[in-house]
Structures are given as structure tokens and as C-alpha cells.
Write a protein that binds this ligand. Structure first.
Ligand code: PRP
Length: 236
């Protein structure tokens, strides 16, 4: 593992702010940052929401995953990590400099296994439960189907089980949640993985620091693709 050298601070000494999604993606992000030799947040008792690296050049905001694009679009964070699902649903305007090799899953339409499978265009006003109302509306609109979208914030698979919805649109990773609840995936809407996002202004105004983070991550990703290749550490 490379030493954690802190990138130089630009912009009048302001640290780079990085919005991390609390939970699964944060763990994988920090593993990648560590392997790339980027400064990590100091440890705390798990309640602090802003954590600084040892030399104070990176500051991590511990955000609810769905809020990461908001922090980044408004410039409260210069960089952020989130899933493509969260980013596309949020419709936030940010740069997407790097796809990250984790958080793989797909956004899919699913139905009760015993429901006769109709071509979508024959669905008459299906009720669809989802955590992704914008993406779901886009999907049905683009197919000319007038769907009623019911927004839930979790356990979306409950929708058809309790008669709230006919169909669901949700993330599928292993498929075991669908299977355990008598549902089947009927159409994939989009592939999902984690992505590094950047505030548009910060990308230019803090270019040196932002580029260093991106370059180090890119070098580490190349190393993962081809472990025999020696990474050229610019130590910039
Ligand atoms: C996600 C998703 C599905 C499940 C899919 O839920 O919304 O429910 O994981 O994973 P699988 O295909 O491997 O079973 P999450 O665990 O985030 O909880 P939530 O439903 O309460 O949002």
C-alpha cells in the first residue's frame, strides 16, 4: 500500500470537501482511497458528521447517500461518491469524472411471479411502488404507459405483497430479496455502479487538488485491472 501523502492544498488553504455516503458504499470508497494512497478521515465514535484527514487537506462529510449529489451540486462538497441510481434520480448537475468498480447492481422492474406477463404497452394504469419516482416516471413515459407511481423509502418489495402496487421498480443485486418475496424481475431499466462526482466550479477552481484525487484513483483502478503493472506514483 502506498503511503498516505496529503495532496497540496489550493484555494487559500481550503481543504477539499468529500461527501461520503454513509453505509456500504463508504466502506468500499475508503478501501479504494486507502489503496490509492489518499488521506483518510480520522476515526471517531461514529457520531461526528465531518471528519478530517490528519493534515487537514481532505475533509469528509458523512452524508445520507441520497443527499450526496445535493451537497456536491451546491458546492458544500467538492467531490462525492454515490450510486448512478441516486445521481440520475436526483437530476443534480455535477461532473462525473470516474466510474468506480463497486456498488454493482441494476435498477429493474419486477412483478409478482404469478402475475400474467403483459407487454408493457397493454398495462393500463399500473400502480408502481419505488424509491425512484423520477427514473420510474421516465421509464413508463418513454414507453407511453400511464403509470401511477407510489414513492416508498424502503422495503419496496412490500408493495405488491400488501396490495399497494401491481409492480415495483427497485435495485436488484443478487435477486434474493425479490425471490424471497415471490417477485420476478421482468425488465432491466439501467445498470448501476458507484461514481465519483465533482462540483462544476470546484473542478476548475480547485483543479490541482481535484485532479490529484482523480489521478490517484485512476492509477489505482488501472492497477486493479492489471495487478502486474507497476503504478507510476507521481507523488504530486
Ligand atoms: C436494496 C434494494 C432491494 C435489495 C436488493 O435494499 O432496495 O430491496 O437491496 O438486493 P438483492 O437483490 O441482493 O436481494 P436495501 O438493503 O438497501 O434496503 P431497503 O429496501 O430498505 O432500501
Amino acid at each position: 500500500m502506498k503511503p498516505h501523502t496529503e495532496p497540496p492544498v489550493v484555494g487559500g488553504g481550503a481543504p477539499l470537501m468529500v461527501a461520503l455516503p454513509k453505509g456500504r458504499l463508504a466502506e468500499q470508497t475508503l478501501e479504494l482511497f486507502a489503496a490509492a494512497g489518499l488521506p483518510l478521515p480520522g476515526s471517531d465514535n461514529g457520531r461526528k458528521l465531518i471528519l478530517e484527514s490528519a493534515a487537514g487537506t481532505l475533509r469528509y462529510i458523512m452524508a445520507k447517500p441520497s443527499d450526496v449529489p445535493t451537497f456536491v451540486e451546491y458546492g458544500a462538497a467538492d467531490l462525492g461518491i454515490c450510486g448512478l441510481d441516486t445521481l440520475r434520480e436526483s437530476r443534480r448537475q455535477v461532473y462525473e469524472p470516474l466510474l468506480l468498480p463497486f456498488g454493482y447492481c441494476r435498477l429493474s422492474l419486477a412483478a409478482p411471479a404469478d402475475r400474467p406477463e403483459n407487454p408493457l404497452r397493454y398495462e393500463s394504469q399500473p400502480r408502481v411502488a419505488t424509491k425512484y419516482p423520477n427514473l420510474t416516471a421516465d421509464f413508463f413515459r418513454s414507453r407511453g404507459v400511464n403509470a401511477e407511481i407510489i414513492t416508498l423509502h424502503g422495503s419496496v418489495e412490500l408493495g405488491p405483497l400488501v396490495g399497494l402496487a401491481h409492480l415495483i421498480v427497485d435495485l436488484v443485486e443478487t435477486g434474493s430479496t425479490l425471490q424471497a418475496n415471490g417477485l420476478v424481475e421482468t425488465r432491466k431499466i439501467m445498470d448501476i455502479q458507484a461514481v465519483l462526482i465533482a462540483n462544476r466550479a470546484a473542478y476548475h477552481l480547485k483543479r490541482e487538488s481535484v485532479e490529484q484525487v482523480i489521478n490517484r484513483l485512476q492509477a489505482q483502478l488501472k492497477q486493479l485491472e492489471n495487478p502486474s503493472r507497476k503504478v507510476y506514483d507521481r507523488n504530486c
